[in-house]
Design a protein around this ligand. Structure first.
Ligand code: ADP
Ligand code: MG
Ligand code: MG
Length: 946
């Protein structure tokens, strides 16, 4: 699998450029570059793009779709691969032929002045990239065809409206004229006409606008606006192809890791226009077959009467909830319900679809799998399975484990009463808090610097996408639940409040005003995407509970998965939390965390300061009961699940104060000594001169004792000396882990005794326990053998003292390269292995984590030298190889050897899949990652079984 560039997981191309594959179908004759909706293969999204394939599929299963055809992604690739960026030979001829087909179907003529055929030109790649590329509507209009359109509809207002929309879209998309130029003219006419909203504009206002648009295009491009419909079509097709390499699309693909292979080029859809703006029996809208915010099984969506589709998406007019259509247009509502059933029955997945009603006739313009937040994904998975729409495997596979994180997002605490300063639509659930920022670039800048920001806009556009990535949440003052901001935020799982119309956002002044409260850039605000409320300042938040649906889905996951999921948990509290998240045991309990508590640290200090073994044992003696109680509690919480306890790992100087801190303290004490000596002199002198006055100085005498200060100084100096002796050049590779256990065996013996005595106590209390003792940093079997021998000795003593028989598993962490290579021999002494992939990654790369992450890793990732951060994503090709060998060799020697992983990678889905494939028994991760890991483990099993 290794290519010329080293990558940790099988290669993904960095940015899809789409130059790799050239047309594969030749069939002798000229290449086929397009397919009509009645003939294209609805399964072939790669060739036809998602939108095109689904338009074909819908047409073929009898859903009403305006006639059209798809130009393939292969044509796009051929176009982009050419040096001159020309359309591939044959494409234009085939397009003309296909247009003639549309003319026949519709009875209209492309460029025909009496009954003109108009089309939309729409992009659509294999992977859905909503709003990332551009669409042109009403193509085919010019002065002549416009006259025909007006005559045909007897509606001049409609005609001019269509024309001005076309000129703007075409001008922007195909000719590169910036939006502002058009908006500017539009606002001028609107103001002059005294129109408050767009619908107030009359036909002659729109004509005025269209004329101005034509003029600004002429001015901006130096040539008149193209009138020939076929010239328009050609330019439009090229523009859609070009948009594949536009910044927005490239950014989007990079952010979502859409690879060249998944989305190679965009298809182009040329489709007969239908009009939702021909009158009050017309409408347009966007709907989901289920509520994408909650997952509830109800038709969900928004529509506008007498409008074009783009009005909904752009948030120009605030649409109505689709439920209102039931009373407003009952017959159409019924048709919409039917469409919904048909779509779900066919696709067996929640659909997000666009529709337009032209004079009472319902058309479906697009469908795709609905993007939902995690809780809606979980709920629909469980419910669609119960409705027998999908299998249990499908129910598990369709939820992205990484998205479960969303369910752990903070929610506002409901016991805190804070007055909101504004209310918008709850567009994407979850709460977020941060500094208000009014443009995407600034959001990106601050977000990169690690600040929490909330992006506040009137409305958002696809070009704001980079600001979304950097923000905790999004707030807009315009647009509905299907506006760009809402859709994108939901897809990203970020909280969003949209259409908060009571807030005036002034992007230029970088300020917003909400019911009298002024929000300047940098002011902290809180938004709640679940309720739509907006607050000033930081509102307290809580972790949400698991829903019943999530519990069920995760139960299915546990039944399906082979890998067990354990927690990294150090304390009884951690353990309790781990169980709430569904941990099946503890895979890593770090005993040193127990040393750090304030009641133990002085004893630990004595242990470190001890000059002799006897002194050290005396300190350890005092630690023993404390550790024993820690373990007993953890066992009590985890019963009857296994608990893996790691013996002391970090270098012991980590428990001492920093050297420079000690030096500073000693300096202060030195000065104090002088002051105290002064007090002594003061007291002595006063006693001599003035017996009465001396009585008043009693307090001073108590304090003025230089011997006490000297004692403290001596202690500090001893600690400093110790710290200097223990100081290491490279502590990570120094005197730590089992090496401490070798040189100070009494430390490990005390820990083992604490574990075993706690176990014995539990047995006496009838609490079932399965402790596993784990030795860190082992590089040779001799280390393990030595600790094992001590363990057995302590075990015998404890069994004797408590009159119980103990069944303890003994094993090793695998976190040293040599340990992997000596796995066979280590397996002799070990009942289990647990990969400590944090250290093992450092060792495999010879990277120290902090240095790597702070200095060169980001650069490596950007340059593609390394694809991921190996401390987050398990390096399958290098480290993984080592792991696979260790598993194989270990089990060769000891069949049934238990193997797990307890590095951070144990909570990362792709890495979990790898662990499954190399045959590990369990993964262990931090408590909040457990649901993610449980689902990922089930998916790994399903994937490997198919
Ligand atoms: P996107 O990929 O951004 O969703 P679309 O290609 O779906 O872009 O087009 C944007 C809007 O244009 C949609 O809301 C749709 O309703 C409208 N539209 C596209 N094609 C047609 C058509 N043939 N008739 C009417 N409206 C159309
Ligand atoms: Mg669309
Ligand atoms: Mg380690």
């Amino acid at each position: 699998m290794e290519g010329s560039i080293e990558q940790q997981t099988p290669p993904r191309d960095p940015i899809p450029l789409g130059s790799s594959a050239l047309p594969r179908r030749t069939n002798g004759g000229p290449r086929r570059w397009l397919y009509g909706y009645t003939e294209g293969d609805g399964k072939d999204k790669r060739l036809l793009g998602g939108k095109g394939a689904n338009l074909c599929e819908m047409t073929q299963i009898g859903i009403e779709v305006p006639p059209g055809f798809v130009i393939t992604t292969e044509a796009c690739l051929a176009y982009l691969a050419g040096d001159d960026r020309g359309l591939p030979p044959g494409l234009l001829d085939q397009t003309r032929e296909a247009m003639r087909g549309l003319e026949e179907k519709t009875g209209k003529g492309f460029g025909d002045a009496s009954n003109p055929l108009l089309v939309s030109v729409r992009s659509g790649a294999a992977m859905s990239m909503p709003g990332m590329m551009d669409t042109i509507l009403n193509l085919g209009l010019n002065r002549d065809t416009l006259a025909g359109l007006i005559a045909h509809t007897s509606d001049p207002r409609f005609g001019w409206d269509a024309y001005r929309r076309f000129v703007q879209l075409f001008g922007k998309v195909a000719l590169g004229v910036p939006d502002e130029v058009f908006d500017d003219q539009f606002e001028r006419v609107k103001r002059r006409a005294g129109a408050r909203v767009d619908v107030d504009l009359e036909a002659d206002n729109l004509e005025d606008i269209a004329d101005r648009f034509l003029a600004v295009v002429h001015e901006a491009t130096g040539t008149p606006f193209p009138d020939d419909p076929y010239e328009q079509l050609e330019l439009a097709i090229e523009a859609v192809f070009d948009s594949w390499l536009g910044r927005r699309a490239v950014d989007y693909r990079r952010e979502f890791g859409i690879t060249a292979d998944q989305a190679n080029g965009t298809a182009v859809n040329v489709q007969t226009m239908v009009f939702g703006n021909l009158g009050d029996d017309c409408a347009t809208g966007v709907a989901f077959t289920r509520d994408p915010a909650t997952g509830e099984n109800v038709l969900f969506g928004e529509y506008l009467v007498n409008a074009q589709g783009e009005d909904v998406v752009a948030g120009i007019r605030t649409p109505k909830p689709v439920a209102e259509m039931e009373s407003e247009m009952p017959d159409l509502y019924r048709q919409l319900e039917e469409l919904r059933q048909k779509l779900e029955g066919h696709y067996r997945e929640v659909q997000d679809f666009e529709f337009t009603i032209e004079t009472g006739r319902l058309y479906c313009l697009q469908t795709r799998n609905g993007k939902m937040n995690a809780s809606a994904m979980v709920r629909t998975s469980v419910e669609m399975h119960d409705e027998e729409l999908i299998s249990r495997e499908r129910a598990l596979m369709r939820v992205d484990p990484a998205h479960l994180d969303q369910l752990l997002y903070p929610q506002l605490r409901d016991d805190v009463e804070v007055e909101p300063i504004g209310q918008g639509l709850p567009a994407s659930p979850g709460a977020a808090c941060g500094e208000a920022v009014f443009d995407a670039d600034r959001a990106e800048e601050l977000g990169r610097a690690g600040r929490d920001v909330i992006l506040v806009r009137e409305e958002t556009k696809p070009e704001d996408i980079h600001g979304f990535f950097a923000s905790r949440g999004i707030l807009t003052s315009r647009g509905g639940k299907t506006s760009h901001a809402a859709v994108v935020a939901r897809g990203m799982g970020k909280p969003c409040v949209a259409g908060a119309e009571s807030i005036q956002v002034d992007v230029r002044a970088r300020r917003a005003v909400a019911s009298g409260t002024v929000i300047e850039e940098g002011d902290i605000i809180t938004i709640d995407g679940t309720t739509g409320r907006i607050y000033s300042g930081a509102v307290p938040m809580v972790e949400p509970d698991f829903s019943a649906e999530l519990e069920r889905l995760l139960e299915w996951a546990d039944e399906t998965a082979r890998l067990k999921v354990r927690a990294n948990a150090d304390t009884p509290d951690d353990a309790r939390r781990a169980i709430e998240y569904g941990a099946m045991g503890i895979g890593l309990c770090r005993t040193e965390r127990m040393f750090n508590a304030p009641d133990r640290l002085p004893i630990v200090l004595d242990m470190i300061m001890a000059e002799t073994t006897a002194e050290r044992e005396e300190a350890l003696e005092r630690l023993l009961p404390i550790q024993r109680e820690d373990f007993r509690q953890v066992f009590g919480v985890m019963t009857p699940r296994p608990v893996t306890i790691r013996l002391l790992d970090p270098p012991i100087h980590e428990f001492l104060p920093q050297e420079d801190q000690l030096e500073e303290e000693i300096r202060y004490l030195g000065r104090l000594r002088e002051a105290v000596r002064g007090m002594e002199v003061m007291v002595e002198t006063t006693e001599l001169l003035d017996a009465e006055g001396a009585a008043a100085l009693a307090d001073m005498r108590a304090l003025g004792d230089t011997r006490r200060v000297d004692g403290v100084i001596a202690r500090k100096e001893a600690i400093l000396k110790r710290a200097r002796t223990l100081k290491e050049v490279n502590p990570m590779l120094g005197h730590r882990g089992v090496r401490l256990g070798m040189t100070y065996p009494e430390i490990y013996k005390m820990q083992v005794r604490a574990i075993l005595e706690a176990t014995a106590q539990c047995i006496q209390d009838d609490v079932e326990v399965h402790p596993q003792i784990m030795v860190p940093q082992v590089c040779t079997a001799e280390e393990l053998d030595a600790v094992h021998a001590d363990c057995r000795q302590v075990c015998a003593e404890v069994e004797e003292a408590f009159g119980v028989s103990l069944d303890i598993e003994f094993g090793t962490m695998i976190e040293v390269v040599r340990a992997c290579l000596r796995a066979e021999r280590l397996a002799d002494a070990a009942d289990f292995f647990s990969f400590g992939t944090n250290d093992l990654t450092q060792a495999t790369f010879s990277f120290s984590r902090e240095d790597a992450e702070n200095k060169f890793l980001p650069f490596y990732n950007e340059r593609g030298i390394l694809q991921d951060n190996p401390f987050e994503v398990l390096d399958q090709l290098g480290l993984g190889r080592l792991m696979a060998l260790a598993v194989e060799w270990g089990r060769d020697r000891k069949p049934g050897l238990q193997v797990g992983i307890c590095g951070e990678h144990g909570g990362h889905p792709e890495s979990i899949d790898f662990c499954h494939r190399i045959g590990l028994d369990y993964v262990s991760c931090s408590a909040p990652r457990i649901p993610v890991a449980r689902l990922a483990a089930a998916q790994a099993e399903i994937r490997s079984a198919t």
